[in-house]
Design a protein around this ligand. Sequence first.
Ligand code: PMT
Length: 396
Amino acid sequence: MSELKGRKLVLGVTGGVAAYKAAELVRLLGKAGADVHVVLTEGGARFVTAVTFQALSGNRVWTDLWDPRMDNNMAHIDLTRDADAILIAPATADVMAKLTHGLADDLLTTLCLARDCPLLVAPAMNRQMWEHPATKRNAAQLIADGVTLFGPAAGEQACGEVGLGRMLEPEALCEALIGFFQPRVLAGRRVVMTAGPTFEAIDPVRGITNSSSGKMAYGLARACVQAGAEVVLVSGPVSLPMPAGARRVSVRSALEMREAVFAALPGADVFIGVAAVADYRPAASAEHKIKKSGAELSITLTPNPDILADVAGLPNPPFCVGFAAESRNLDEYAEGKRKAKKLPLIVGNLVQDGLGGDDNLVVLYDDAGRHPLPKAAKPELARAIVAHLAGLLPKV
Ligand code: PMT
């Protein structure tokens, strides 16, 4: 996916051991479509050479305030003029202190002072340095000045100590950056979602389930988080990484899913039912593994509660979004479900287009009619669905 396509980024690399991770970050940002221009401080160059960054970014690397390669000798101005952001990763305690006080004694700090684009900082330092009152003051001042901090994370440090101060991993930083550029159309909203299949046990080893992968729901959870929402994802059994910033509640059966949804619901502005919930479950689950006898075996099924219909039927329901997975007659069946469950919005898809795969083809149905979206990767569709639903939410 090219989620940073068309974005020009200035990446400042300062002198911390996490500088080696900046090389991978450049690769990931480039893969996401960004045009990355690295500014390496003297300290940063002690850990990784300019050659590495040049090879990975495909752009010349800047190290010197007095670089003669810039025609007008104004690297400190020109480099950021058409940049979408400056990201400093890793950012040492020293560079944070300089930024706080407006010092400009090298190319990177001068660029930051002369910039007209957002400044993003990924701190990386020993835990005592991060906990030091001076660093705390500097971090607070930077935030007050409109700088965005990504991390730091907790964990084992290069010095052998354990605590807060590690730079976020390159994947997490790339995610944070993608999120930073998204419109905050769900800021302040709380979203509860269901995801994946349910598993209805027949005995301790067998059960009824379906081939929902959870990709659509997890993509939607990620898009909601990046749009500024607080997200609780009540998820059936899937093996997907959790979208950064969302809270996951793992469940197996439809009954567990319903219980977890209702526990998470107080204060929710939006409920999105993406899960492929089993409509039926075995009336009784055998305590022990059913032995093979060679004779026919019948399993009595009993209907599961409809979680979405129950939420939408509450006296003061959140804004409810349903999904309809059909194998034919999409318009008729999807709109029928929307009306039956009294939903302001339903997302219709054919199982042959959307179940299990990376892409989907969906139609949105609301009071204004049907809104087909072009076939796309699920994360991309998720953003379009979020934009549409945000436009329908009552203003706060
Ligand atoms: O997980 P993926 O592989 O990415 O695939 C995505 C998807 C195809 C599963 C997804 O796009 C989708 O369509 N999800 C809804 C699947 C479904 O169960 O549709 P339905 O038409 O049977 O149910 C209608 C709505 O009622 C859904 O919002 C469903 O979550 C909800 N429901 C259904 C039954 C039930 N007992 N409780 C419910 O809440």
